[in-house]
Write a protein that binds this ligand. Structure first.
Ligand SMILES: Nc1ncnc2c1ncn2[C@@H]1O[C@H](COP(=O)(O)OP(=O)(O)OP(=O)(O)O)[C@@H](O)[C@H]1O
Ligand SMILES: [Mg+2]
Length: 320
């Protein structure tokens, strides 16, 4: 059963808009103008996409974040409120700007250009710890973007564990590619770690995905490594399971990882078996790729519910 507390999940992280420009070339020359074939201005940032999609799947989600006092910040708030996310702990920093990410999808991957705005200014002192611990579970996304919060993330996770919450962490990428190992201090208070394949290798400092998984699984009770259209692998101790997502017509993969996290944890907080968490994570990840950006596929309730229900009998995990 989900938690008896006020919220199922407290989410801590960054909040910004995504501006997506489609069909631009993979290389640019100075002083030339390039025309996109389409564009979308939508809710961005890993944490917000996670919070939005988790709430859309029927969970009570409280979001702890910061925005500037501008139109982009208001747009982010409106989207979250529309999805049923509790935004009362989101701080508005006066005279500051909300972050923005410009995404240029390419056939395989994408360019990601970010102005962080207030996302790197939110401090531990800005968090409402009382509200945050009125949840059954704590999730934090984009560890390396939380510049001001980062020195006290380990303390935050210890505090949450002591208050009885289960916890999960999706570090996402380190834009500076430094991978300073201070995250190792957070690991003892993390129940579920959700890297993608590249991030798992960087976190472990090992250039092999499966050996990285072994390294991380020796430090965190459950590690779930996302592998794009190859699905995901979960490892608890020495037990490893992997599962594929359904085949879908993909528009873009923005927020697929965050949607996977939302689907996986939707089941995890209900005490489901890892097989079921993986199946639902893959379904949610695949669903997100079928519409633009990270949240659009989850906004249409009829479409979302039909997609998630259709996957009921799909893709049983293989034992690895
Ligand atoms: N082309 C695809 N078809 C079906 N499912 C996909 C596809 N790409 C991604 N997914 C689903 O989304 C999940 C997460 O994908 P990915 O490995 O890209 O995570 P990520 O790198 O953390 O993503 P993000 O960039 O959002 O942080 C996969 O495990 C899978 O379930
Ligand atoms: Mg990710």
């Amino acid at each position: 059963m989900p938690s008896q507390k006020k919220f199922d999940v407290s989410v801590v992280g960054e909040l910004n808009v995504d501006l997506v420009l489609y069909d631009l070339p993979g290389q640019f020359e100075l002083d030339r103008e390039y025309l996109a074939s389409n564009m979308s201005v939508t809710l961005g940032s890993s944490s917000a996409i996670f919070a939005h999609n988790l709430s859309r799947m029927g969970n009570r989600v409280g979001f702890h974040s910061a925005i500037g006092d501008d139109a982009f910040g208001q747009m982010c708030l409106d989207r979250l409120v529309e999805a049923g996310v509790d935004v009362s702990a989101i701080k508005r920093f006066s005279g500051k700007q909300t972050g923005i990410t410009v995404v240029l999808p390419q056939p395989e991957k994408r360019f990601i250009l970010t102005y962080p705005g207030v996302m790197d200014e939110m401090r531990f002192e800005d968090l409402d710890l009382h509200r945050l611990t009125q949840a059954g579970h704590l999730h934090l996304s984009s560890y390396f973007l939380q510049k001001a919060l980062r020195p006290r993330v380990a303390e935050l996770f210890r505090y949450a564990k002591q208050a009885g919450l289960s916890t999960s962490l999706d570090t996402n990428d380190d834009p500076q590619d430094h991978w300073e190992p201070d995250f190792l201090e957070v690991f003892p208070s993390v129940d579920v770690l959700l890297p993608n394949e590249r991030e798992a290798m960087r976190l472990a400092g090992i250039a092999d995905p499966i050996r990285s998984l072994d390294f991380l699984a020796a430090r965190v009770p459950l590690v779930v490594m996302k592998r794009g259209e190859q699905g995901a692998v979960a490892q608890r101790g020495n037990d490893r399971l992997d599962a594929m997502p359904p085949k879908v017509a993909t528009v873009d993969t923005i927020g697929a990882g965050d949607s996977f996290d939302a689907g996986f944890l939707h089941q995890f907080i209900r005490g489901a078996k890892i097989e079921e968490c993986l199946r639902f994570g893959n379904l949610a990840g695949a669903l997100s790729t079928t519409r633009t950006g990270g949240t659009e596929a989850f906004r249409d309730a009829a479409y979302r519910n039909a997609f998630l229900a259709e996957g009921k009998s799909a893709v049983l995990p293989r034992v690895g």
